[in-house]
Write a protein that binds this ligand. Structure first.
Ligand SMILES: Cc1cc2nc3c(=O)[nH]c(=O)nc-3n(C[C@H](O)[C@H](O)[C@H](O)COP(=O)(O)OP(=O)(O)OC[C@H]3O[C@@H](n4cnc5c(N)ncnc54)[C@H](O)[C@@H]3O)c2cc1C
Length: 393
């Protein structure tokens, strides 16, 4: 279905938010034969807050869905080595090709979200940017049955839906409208400052952990690297009142003097982006006529760089549930989500506390790596999203 087609009055699924979670869900549901409308208030191909790192489980899905070649064709550089710096100790990890994933990739969101939305549209979903959903509509039984939206022409209309999916980010208006309960909440919120540099001589991704600070350097599109500096909220509040640039340089240097020299010698593209921090949460993921996916259902401190990979995993789990269409299937979606989300939340929360020493952060990273290994097993076990007739057979 062409995205320029007029918005219809009824869809099997209306998805609010068309970035990594929403566009992926739209893609899978459209391929399963459902009629899908995915809308986003932002422009197609626009940027959003991110340091871009995708983990192997998410890349395995993008490979299976045929999206990874499009990211590579868009010039996303392969990352064949990751180095963890704990103070002066450096541990190099070679990225081995497996499961169709030759290397790691960290696409800009201007690339990833656009490619996912375009692939969803190619699969038959109607993906419309510049559209705002401002209300969830319920039937007399209380079941969610559609949305009210304001289209690109500024006209308000009602659209009926078999299911309304909130893929509208951590501050999800859909979660609020349906009263999705917060099941678990994190306690800590780190602060991140990041920007993009041209000319950083990186041999892969580098993650740095110092005393009360962390940083990272991540190769991305257009010959640029994203460099971030992470710290406790108090340090950000005190330092940002002086100068964001001075605070960024101070935190990068506190992590690693060589990184600080490299950044000084390179050319920054654009401004520094501050993320003031938000404690993690896990929300109830579904109810009568609605479901949540991505940051809307589960948000963690970004220090573990796993939000997008979580969103991809949950998009596939949710798409399977929507196609099956039973309460049991939606319960299974939430149960499988919880089997990963709780531990990711705990690990991210502890790392975001900056209350660790080098021995402890290594233990936390080891646990993260084991958890991602289990996530890879899950992704290998998923046999795609069946078409509705197959689901009923
Ligand atoms: C500083 C920072 C760095 C990060 N770095 C990484 C990283 O390196 N790796 C990683 O995996 N994750 C990272 N993350 C997390 C990652 O950005 C999120 O997990 C991811 O963006 C979630 O995608 P999403 O599609 O669920 O939501 P979002 O990306 O938040 O998209 C939601 C969309 O919904 C739209 N929307 C909202 N309300 C409405 C409405 N009413 N009507 C229409 N549209 C609406 C919004 O415009 C938005 O485009 C980072 C996060 C932060 C804050």
């Amino acid at each position: 279905m062409k995205s320029s087609a007029p918005i219809a009055t009824h869809y099997d699924a209306v998805i609010v938010g068309a970035r990594v979670a929403g566009a992926s869900t739209a893609l899978l549901l459209a391929r399963a034969g459902l009629s899908v409308l995915a809308v986003d208030r932002s422009a197609r191909g626009s940027d959003t807050t991110s340091t871009h790192a995708l983990m192997r489980p998410g890349l395995m899905q993008l490979h299976r869905w045929g999206v990874l070649p499009r990211l590579v064709a868009a010039g996303t550089p392969p990352i064949r080595q990751t180095t963890f710096h704990y103070g002066t100790e450096a541990l190099e990890v070679a990225i081995k090709p497996r499961d169709g994933v030759e290397a790691l990739y960290s696409p800009r969101r201007t690339v990833l979200d656009r490619v996912l939305a375009d692939t969803a549209a190619d699969a038959g979903a109607q993906v419309v940017h510049g559209v705002v959903v401002d209300e969830v509509v319920r039937s007399s039984s209380g079941r969610v049955g559609g949305v009210r939206l304001t289209d690109t022409a500024g006209e308000t209309r009602h659209v009926e839906a078999g299911i309304v999916i909130g893929a509208d980010g951590a501050r999800s208006g859909i979660a609020r409208a349906v009263g999705a309960e917060v099941l678990r909440a994190g306690r800590h919120a780190g602060t991140i400052l990041y920007g993009h540099w041209r000319g950083l001589p990186l041999d892969g991704t580098h993650w740095y952990f110092g005393k009360d600070v962390a940083a990272g350097a991540i190769p991305t599109n257009d010959g640029q690297a994203c460099v971030f500096a992470a710290m406790r909220g108090e340090r950000y509040t005190a330092g940002s009142a002086r100068s964001l640039d001075a605070l960024f340089s101070e935190v990068v240097a506190a992590n690693d003097a060589a990184l600080a020299r490299m950044v000084d010698a390179a050319e920054r593209e654009g401004k520094l982006h501050p993320f003031p921090g938000r404690p993690g949460f896990i929300r109830q993921a579904w109810g009568p006529g609605w479901a949540l996916v991505g940051d809307a259902e589960c948000f963690k401190d970004p220090i573990t760089a796993h939000g997008m990979s979580d969103a991809l995993r949950d998009a596939e789990l949710l798409a399977q549930a929507v196609v099956a269409g039973t309460d049991e299937a939606f319960s299974a979606y939430q149960k499988t989500r919880d089997a990963f989300a709780g531990e990711f939340l705990d690990l991210s929360d502890e790392i975001a506390s900056f209350g660790w020493d080098f021995e402890r952060i290594k233990v936390l990273h080891h646990r993260l790596s084991r958890l991602m290994g289990r996530e890879e097993d899950l992704i290998r076990s998923l046999d795609g999203v069946p078409r509705p007739a197959e689901a009923l057979a």
